[in-house]
Write a protein that binds this ligand. Sequence first.
Ligand SMILES: NC(=O)c1ccc[n+]([C@@H]2O[C@H](COP(=O)([O-])OP(=O)(O)OC[C@H]3O[C@@H](n4cnc5c(N)ncnc54)[C@H](OP(=O)(O)O)[C@@H]3O)[C@@H](O)[C@H]2O)c1
Length: 411
Amino acid sequence: MSEIPVIQILDKKNYFKQALVPYPNSTSLPPLTASSLRVRTEVLSVTSNNFTYCKIGDVFNWWAVHPLPPNTPAPYDDGATYGRISAWGYAKVIESTFAGVSAGSYVWGYLPIGTLPLDFQVRRGAVADQVIVTEPYRQKLLPIYNRYTVFPASVGAQIAAKTDGVAYDSFLKLMHLTAYLMSQFMYSPDPTRSLNLTPAQADLTDATVVAFAPGSKVGLAFAYLLQNQRTAAKPRHVIGAASEASIPFLRGTGLYDSVASTLSDPLTTLASLDSSEDTDRKVVIYDFGGRAGVAWKWAAAIGARYPKTRYVVIGMEVADPEAQASGERPEKPDGLEIDQVMADTLLTAAMGQVGEKEFFEGFEESWQGLRGEGIKGFKVNWGEGMESVKEGWDRFARNEVTAAEGLVFKI
Ligand SMILES: NC(=O)c1ccc[n+]([C@@H]2O[C@H](COP(=O)([O-])OP(=O)(O)OC[C@H]3O[C@@H](n4cnc5c(N)ncnc54)[C@H](OP(=O)(O)O)[C@@H]3O)[C@@H](O)[C@H]2O)c1
């Protein structure tokens, strides 16, 4: 290996602050242990999801997945202050001692942000093209993060060509998986088969769906699934409630029946959808990361008028961890029924319900639908190299990345 590896290191408390740290002593690596892959990240994306990993990283062990390398220079060797976070994308297998995965092939999954190679021991998964990480230090992680899909060397040509398909795989596939679990297994088209809700709770038939951060990748995937791949228990309206800047893009996607500003009045917005003043209708609010507690504010108004209101928590906004919250922030209204989406738990339960192999067959087919069609008006923005990742991270933190743009990097 001739390149000098470089990794991103973050201040764990103020994760808007980052450094790119080179490892000049890591140009030659120790022999790879048995049943292992040595991979180098080649494609990664930056979305709100990466910042969420930072924000609640201590709760889910996310800072511990890719520890600081032993030869990290000061001050970044202080693991109490600094850490590494992960991203989804492709890595090249540069060495392998695991039969069935050869050097030159690729893995898709949860990867370190940087060019320093990562070694992990694996076993074969139940699905033919998947491997599961068996490293003891990673067993504290939720299982979803230890599952990698193997791709042939030919993916390298698509990466070199920076195709939209590779970009979508990086920033949207995991989000589509989450949305698919929600749409097929939690708010199932057959509500009697919901994994974790009663049929009455899970049923979206004729419901009004209101999505916050509707331009998030996971929100777009959910809207796509409701519109294009759902045959039963369909909602009556799917509304995107977005920041002003996201509205033109969201209207252009055609994925929402209507798009409203989060500044508009919640009850007027709902009343404008149909003339009947049917307050008995079900309203389900999906919060994919609306800003400044706006979804709670809407939930309070809507819940007071429509008693059959549910609230679903999926994501959180990206906000400066050092900024003092200004003004009063809306809080969770009393009495509201809340569902929490946890992709990992849903995945395990869904595989239990239909079988692991069958689950991934269904998911891949669904994913190829969205990947092939693409999202109207959405711009893939490729960067190259770690400096460009750093710049993308800063742009996201400065709130300069709009919903219409997907940041993906070849490193
Ligand atoms: N629960 C689970 O299992 C699970 C699984 C996957 C993802 N998630 C979470 O879902 C959330 C969305 O992830 P994603 O990757 O799909 O997000 P994304 O595409 O980056 O989301 C972009 C949207 O987030 C809102 N936003 C809030 N603060 C922002 C900021 N500073 N910069 C840009 N946009 C901001 C914007 O909505 P407006 O324009 O309307 O303001 C924007 O359209 C994350 O919190 C992620 O961790 C949860």
